[in-house]
Design a protein around this ligand. Structure first.
Ligand code: FPP
Length: 243
């Protein structure tokens, strides 16, 4: 959520967003097919989701598939899509029971109809939950999200529902896929790369970043907790001076 204000710092991160990187390298370094790394990565998703309540994390956002990931070999893309289906079918009931609210962000039209239906079904089933807000980015790219939001804002102006002078950060935010979600406090990337790959560019304007060497399939709840504790020691100023 856009506030542009200084918050009380230091604090516990309540929204953590993760770029789950390194599945392929994890598998290749063991002589395994890359998909084995993704499968192991899916197991980590469960572990990290379950770790959130104890860490007072109320929002977890995961980058599962980017708009660039379609360029991977078809077998890997198909395997990942199969993994998303399986995750929803296998974990869906547990997420419902544990009070997790699931949302998906990203362009859906490029996804198969059956996967889209599973995603919409889980969103509906969990709509009343609020123990943890789990947002999964599939076919997500930050530029693509901002482009789609801009088109919707332009359409509102064209239709006379909005004046161009009324376009504010709040208006843009309401048209993003993440409308209604708070901005991430901490963005974490695994596997040692120092880049953000188009993940939440609008929403991360005031986020802290953490880059860890561990590959996602080896990323445990303990490592997660250590990163969260490290965040709590930082002081966030949101452009203001220390008080
Ligand atoms: C990046 O590793 C990871 C992905 C592109 C896929 C992330 C997907 C999962 C963790 C599986 C399941 C997810 C959910 C939400 C059920 P990479 O393949 O880019 O690794 P590399 O950089 O080592 O090649």
């Amino acid at each position: 959520m856009y506030t542009g204000e200084r918050s009380d710092a230091p604090e516990q991160p309540s929204h953590v967003a993760i770029i789950m990187d390194g599945n392929g390298r994890w598998a290749e370094s063991r002589g395994l097919p890359r998909l084995q790394g993704h499968k192991r990565g899916a197991d980590r998703v469960r572990e990290i989701v379950e770790a959130c309540p104890d860490l007072a994390i109320t929002h977890l956002t995961l980058f599962a598939f980017s708009t660039e990931n379609w360029k991977r070999p078809p077998s890997e893309v198909i395997g990942l899509m199969r993994l998303f289906r399986r995750y929803i079918k296998k974990e869906g009931a547990r997420l419902v029971a544990e009070g997790v609210r699931v949302r998906f962000i990203g362009g859906r039209e490029a996804l198969d109809a059956d996967l889209r239906a599973l995603m919409a079904g889980l969103e509906m089933q969990t709509a009343g939950n609020d123990q943890l807000h789990l947002t999964v980015a599939i076919n997500y790219g930050g530029r693509d999200e901002i482009l789609r939001a801009t088109r919707r804002v332009a359409e509102a102006v064209r239709a006379g529902r909005l004046l161009a002078t009324e376009i504010s950060p709040e208006v843009i935010e309401r048209h993003l896929d993440t409308a209604g979600l708070p901005d991430p406090d901490l963005i974490l990337r695994t596997s040692g790369e120092f880049r953000v790959s188009g993940f939440l560019p609008w929403q991360s304007a005031y986020s802290e970043f953490a880059f860890v060497d561990t590959r996602w399939p080896d990323f445990t709840a303990e490592i997660f907790a250590a990163q969260v504790r490290g965040f709590a020691r930082r002081e966030r100023r949101f452009g203001a001076v220390a008080g």
